[in-house]
Write a protein that binds this ligand. Sequence first.
Ligand code: ACO
Length: 401
Amino acid sequence: IDIKTLRAATGGITTLDPGYKNTGSCESAITFLDGEKGILRYRGYSIEELADKADFLEVAYLLIFGELPTKGQLEKFHNDIKAQSHVDEDVKKILDGFPKSAHPMGVLSSLTSALVAFNPSSVNVDSEEEMYNAIVKVLAKFPVLTAWAYRKRAGLPLDYGDNSLGYVENFHKMMFNRPNGNYSVDEKVTNALDKLLILHADHEQNCSTSTVRIVGSSHAGLFVSLSAGINALWGPLHGGANQAVVEMLEAIKEDGGDTHKFMEKAKDKEDPFRLMGFGHRVYKNFDPRAKIIKKAADEVLSSLGIEDPVLDIAKGLEKEALEDSYFVDRKLYPNVDFYSGIIYRALGIPVEMFTPMFALGRLPGWIAQWREMRLRKEPIGRPRQVYIGETHRDFKSIEKR
Ligand code: ACO
């Protein structure tokens, strides 16, 4: 049914659906998910297969342009990205203006917005070529900004990366290269990071992606639409959950490791505490990404020879939740972020960088969704409301109130 027929049929009735639990905001050919069966596919390819066989840049290409790239297409894409990886020196001055304690998500959203000033041609992008140029620019500069946000906080000199490396390897080096330069890329670490980024790369119309689409629908540019998405992702009910999970697991450890006590706390309706990393708006069976990540966490920790008591607490919570009627009845299963923080920790990534890592992973998805929205010439996003305020009141002068 087309929208005009629908409007005519409903006589302009406004539906009320808080949290958009049943409202589709668009048609999309990017990501398919079946929450009941625990299926997630990017452009028709299963997440399990992509995480196993593809690399992050290939998946980015697939999401954005709809097909897996040929060798030549991937090489060109990567070369175009490399050619744009410089960040204007003046952006560094903006970074310098932030206190060292600033949360990197705030720094990232600000710097991503600021990129517009240095790349004004990225705003009015009507042709596919103009879109491509803006896309390549932001894919190139965003990892640099992410690494810089970390290095600033860690008091390290900024690193400009090494374009002879792969996309993820280069990011890893920008993060961890130290002034003495004795950094070597560890393949196991890069592979784990690559997999994590793939698992986060898109998830249809979640809060941050819907934000990117709705901001972009006013024809604001790509960079500011992405900046809005970064801010939406920051919240603990969305991307901020990975930071909140590890903080929660550490708090349980500090408290003596009694997982049952925290389970009870999460079930208490008088207590605002929720078991972070549990539950999902769409997955009501299991989150397929959590399965892959749980296995990866085991592999990474054992291959790096790390024993992390927090992983045992996480496994204990999961086991207990699977047997607890509160969690079973509400279909609350571990989500993607339940185990991702444990891997990030093992890779030496500090907790406040977990959500920026999510943003880096989600970047291709946001871009793909923004591009689809523009190519489909979608109308400006403008939800209606059901008004519940006063009907009409006469104005009272200030003396009479
Ligand atoms: N701990 C305890 N109870 C929970 C939890 C939780 N983590 N999540 C949901 N519930 C309960 C709610 O209290 C509610 O109970 P009720 O029916 O008795 O009132 C019921 O389960 C349904 O919860 P809603 O909040 O209505 O579910 P919604 O789909 O709106 O929220 C969300 C999903 C935000 C993910 C929620 O499960 C949550 O807050 N989880 C913890 C935060 C988290 O891990 N976020 C990451 C999401 S994944 C991502 O962004 C990558």
